[in-house]
Design a protein around this ligand. Structure first.
Ligand code: COA
Length: 479
């Protein structure tokens, strides 16, 4: 794609008025008419192949993947699922540090690594070796996007500054995850929980009486990787028009804050009065100056709480999230056996219920405890009451419907055998994701040098003999 697009970019773009004339003068095919009607300015050919059989959304896009640990790999894995050719550059002999972290099978890549690096190819390069630099330069010339999440300054220290990359390949998009954006903390290294704390999540998670809490969902790492992927595809789209690459930056603090948007909303609402949907309001506990932790209160304005079901508390997951949504208050009253609450002025309106939420949830819990979480779900959904069964990871792993949609996938791996992973959560009807196992360290070094970078056999031998692609022990032997 890089070469093809370069040619297109060389052609001077016609002026807007000229483009219009060309469009109007051309014979209108139904596809053209549709594009014009859509007002998107593009006149794509309509594929004649059935859905799912004309490549993938990002077919032809090549990624130089310099990512490691979780945030960056989440991003490049998504791009790979959408069809990009992702070439993961790893340090010889070591590779991505997660290959060896949280190992459950001796001498096999960990699940930490395999579950974040599907559908990629791996090449080992010592990026600080002159011959390694030669390979990297060739990759920069042939790839569309460089993605990295090194500590601040590390890419520059490899000699890969924005100026250098942009001069080498003006079309290249350089996408980075950093812990913080420009400012007092920009040089800090950051991991998941640091970002959750600095992005406002920890201060607003947990119970009022307890300390701040981090959440198990990896909103700092995987969340930022998701944000970065959107930045990259947007930059690719813009490049179609401008012909030039750009920098894409996602700071983990910013990504977490974006996901905590509702809490910044509440911070501002606090200046106009108490947050009435927070249970502390009903309990008469005064608010301070910042948004408090709200336990399991719902963030959407409708009171909610986690209630025990049959089996709790012995079964730690026999719980359900219950929302006393105003529009379904009447069916709730009928279900729990309190029909008089429908008309009783003490209960009939959301405002009247606010000071009594704790007691109301206690009464609903008496009912939920007579049923399993799945029975509660069935009874509630039958009358359009939304509820959330607390599903354990075991239950999710065994859930048939998630297997059917490819959200939970079984993958085979040559050294660790079969394992479960989460497939692409984003489903495109014309770009079907197949989950392919993660690469072994340096598995594709030879094919990338030969088939992608077109180095001659002599050049490949020279690069390899230099030790730029192998672990230090091998270098010593070669010396
Ligand atoms: N060849 C040679 N050297 C390589 C290399 C390669 N292929 N790949 C990496 N290195 C070097 C880097 O150049 C760097 O060297 P330098 O510091 O001497 O310049 C060194 O390895 C370490 O890289 P770094 O990114 O600093 O790793 P770290 O283990 O010290 O820090 C993080 C890890 C995650 C804390 C840090 O990378 C970071 O803050 N990243 C940004 C935020 C982020 O993504 N955090 C979440 C991770 S899930």
């Amino acid at each position: 794609m890089a070469k093809k697009k370069l040619k297109a970019a060389k052609k001077p773009a016609p002026k807007a008025s000229a483009r219009k004339v060309v469009k109007l003068a051309g014979k209108k095919s139904p596809a053209k008419a549709k594009a014009k009607a859509n007002g998107n300015g593009h006149l794509p050919r309509m594929s004649s192949k059935p859905y799912g059989q004309d490549g993938k959304a990002l077919t032809g896009v090549r990624i130089l993947d310099f990512t490691h640990v979780q945030s960056g790999p989440t991003c490049t894995q998504l791009l790979a699922w959408f069809g990009a050719d992702v070439i993961k550059v790893e340090r010889p002999g070591i590779g991505d540090i997660t290959r060896g972290q949280l190992r459950d099978v001796p001498n096999a890549d960990s699940l930490y690594f395999t579950m974040l690096n599907h559908n990629k190819r791996s090449i080992t390069i010592d990026s600080k070796h002159p011959q390694g630099k030669r390979v990297l330069d060739a990759l920069i010339k042939t790839c569309d996007v460089l993605v990295e999440n090194f500590a601040p300054g590390a890419l520059d220290r490899m000699g890969l500054t924005w100026d250098y990359i942009h001069k080498t390949n003006p079309r290249m998009i350089v996408a980075s995850v950093k812990g913080f954006g420009p400012g007092p903390y920009e040089d800090c290294k950051v991991y998941e929980n640091v970002a959750q704390c600095a992005g406002g999540s920890a201060s607003t998670t947990g119970f009022r009486e307890g300390p701040p809490l981090v959440t198990g969902a990896q909103i700092g790492d995987s969340g930022t990787g998701l944000h970065l992927a959107l930045g990259i595809v947007s930059a690719l789209y813009q490049r179609n028009r401008t012909g030039r690459g750009q920098k894409v930056l996602c700071a983990m603090q910013d990504g977490v804050l974006n996901l905590c948007r509702v809490k910044l909303r509440d911070q501002q609402r606090l200046t106009h009065g108490p947050l009435t949907e927070y249970s502390q309001y009903g309990e008469g506990v005064p608010f301070g100056h910042s948004v408090p932790r709200a336990g399991n209160d719902s963030g959407g304005g409708q009171p909610g709480w986690i209630l025990k079901c049959k089996g709790a508390p012995e079964d730690p997951d026999a719980y359900i999230y219950f929302i006393t949504q105003a529009p379904v208050w009447e069916p709730i009253c009928d279900l729990i056996g309190e029909p008089t609450w429908k008309t009783d002025p003490e209960y009939a309106t959301p405002r009247a219920r606010l000071p009594k939420l704790k007691a109301i949830f206690a009464r609903i819990e008496q009912w939920t405890m007579t049923k399993t979480k799945f029975e509660v779900m069935e009874a509630c959904n039958a009358v359009d009451i939304p509820v959330g069964p607390i599903l354990s990871m075991k239950e999710i792993a065994e859930e048939e419907s998630l297997r059917k949609t490819g959200t939970v996938v079984e993958v085979d791996h040559p050294t660790r055998g079969k394992y479960l992973t989460v497939g692409n959560p984003i489903k495109l009807s014309d770009s079907i994701s197949e989950v392919k196992r993660s690469p072994l360290l340096g598995e594709h070094t030879d094919e990338i040098l030969k088939d992608v970078l077109k180095f001659s056999a002599k050049d490949i031998a020279e690069i390899k003999n230099s030790g730029a692609l192998s672990a230090p022990e091998k270098k010593e032997k070669a010396a």
